[in-house]
Structure formats: C-alpha cells, structure tokens
Design a protein around this ligand. Sequence first.
Ligand code: DP6
Length: 326
Amino acid sequence: MSPNPRSAKAAASPNIAFIKYWGNIDQAIRLPANGSISMTLGGLETQVMVTFDPSLQADELDAQSAEVGSDPLTRISQHLDIVRDLAGISSHALVETQSNFPSGAGLASSAAVFAALTIAACEAAGLELDSIELSRLARRGSGSACRSIFGGFVEAFSGEEDNDAYAEVIALADHWRLVDLIAIVSREHKQIGSTAGHALASTSPLQAARVADAPRRLDVCRQSILGRNFPPLANIIEQDSNMMHSVMLTSTPPLLYLSPPSLAVMEAASSWRTAGLRVCYTVDAGPNVHCITHADDAEEILSRLRTVPGVEEIIQAPPGAAARVL
Ligand code: DP6
C-alpha cells in the first residue's frame, strides 16, 4: 500500500426481512441458524466513506458511525481487520457514515452500514470481490447486511460454514410493485440490540421448532414472490414475524419489542386484509411496524395508518437497488 491515504465511498439500503434471521449457530462469524428472505428498501440509503490512512494511530469513527449498535468502534474495527487481512494492508481507517433514515428502532440500520462499509473498505483496499464474496463478508459485520448487498427480493442461505452463508437475488426490484409502509411508533434506540438478542435465541424452547420449520416458510415466501401471489405471502410474513417474537418473548431473559401502538397497527393491518386490501405486518427487533402492501393499495393503507393512535410518522419504501460504489 502506498503511504498516501486511500478513500472509497459506497451506498447501501436497509432491507425488511419477510422471513427473519434470528439466532446464530456460530455467533463469532454470524453463521445464521436459518435462511432468510428480504426486500431491499428503496429511497432509504446509508453512505459510508472509508479512508485507509497510514498516519492514523487507530481506527476512527465519525458521529453517525459511532451510533451503530453497542461498541461500534470494536465492531467496525473487527470488520476492517478482515478486509485488511485479505488485502495484506495494515493502515488504520477513518469511517464516515451518512444516513437519510433514523438508526435504531428496528429499521435495520446495521444492514445498510455494514453492506456499504464492506464495499467501501474493499474498494479502498484495492480488493476485487464479486457480489457473493461481498455478501459473505458483509454478513460477518451484520447478519442482515449480506442481503443489503443486493437489490429487489433477496434470499440469504444459512450454510454450514462461512463459505456457504451468503445471499442471492430471487427477483429484481421491478418484479413486483410492493411497498413497505413503516409505521414509526417510537424513535428511541432499542434497549437490547439484535446482536445481543441473537445470542439469547437458543435459550427459548421454541427456537428449535422455529428453525426446523424455516425451509417451509422460505419455500412459501420464495414461491409467492416469484408468482406475485399476495395472499400466501401475507400469511407467511405475519406467521414468521409472530414466530420470531414468540422466541423473543420466551428467551431467558425475555425480550419484548412490541408496544401497545405496535399491536394496534398489527391488528389493524390484519383486519384491513380480511376486508380485502393487500397488506400484512412484520416487525423486527424494535417497536415499529412494517406494513407490506401492494402499490395499488398503498394510498388507502397510508391514510388508514395515519388514523391509528400512536403512529407518529410513516416512511414509504418500494423495492430498492443493490449497494454500489459511489
Ligand atoms: C430481527 O442483522 O441486525 O432484523 O448480525 O447482530 O447485526 P447482527 O443482527 P441483525 O439482525 C437482524 C434481525 C432482524 C431479522 C432480519 O433482518 O432478518
């Protein structure tokens, strides 16, 4: 590596999991206990700039990067170490992050940060990796980040070792006009982040059953996406979210992310579907509720969501594009 600083910038979008990743069989390398499927969220974007600078005595983060989960410096440094090892370089780096959506509260901000960080760090280090290699590497930083490397509808494989745990595209963003209407009921940072939550998953007696049934849910979800078939997609998305929250609630200690406004939105979305609208709910490790709807029903759902007590704001996201170097 030359003695001059080397910079690169990349952008990535968060994603919403239709079939959730919850629990690792190897926490250190984030080898997920089950496969997952998500939609990349368009319009929401995180940009990460990485500058390897031989004059730095340690890795440094700007204010926004310093908000990524607990102990962000250690976590980001460990990720940079993997890139440094691969590239055979030793310089420390400055990491600068900018997002156009709030971090924390279940908007999968770590997915976008680690997808963009992986791409920017590899570019700055002069590594040429294909998208599967980037996905595998992003997973080491944040499990859900392996999906944010890609746009559209994406499946992550569980794998038995590092090599086979990465994501691939099921269908591109223009395949189906779905919209995620994210009902924000709280902007507070969650008490227990997903990394700590994953470590508790195996303490729930329900986790083994959830994991054993995952191939069925993944099949239903994948086939529903490929066939643009909303009713089975809606049912499997809600069932999968409920199964993950059942595991969370029955962990030791128990994790409760759903608040009364979350439940109000969940109940409303289900009843609107019963009344004929294409909508279903899914909730990550936070209280905000993602209402997955068809673009043709989005306006109607949006106006109904505004009337649900506790909904502070609604963020709209269609299927988004893959992560990229800027
Ligand atoms: C509930 O990928 O945020 O959003 O690997 O520790 O960064 P780390 O966890 P993270 O976990 C995501 C959990 C989830 C479900 C999902 O996105 O699949």
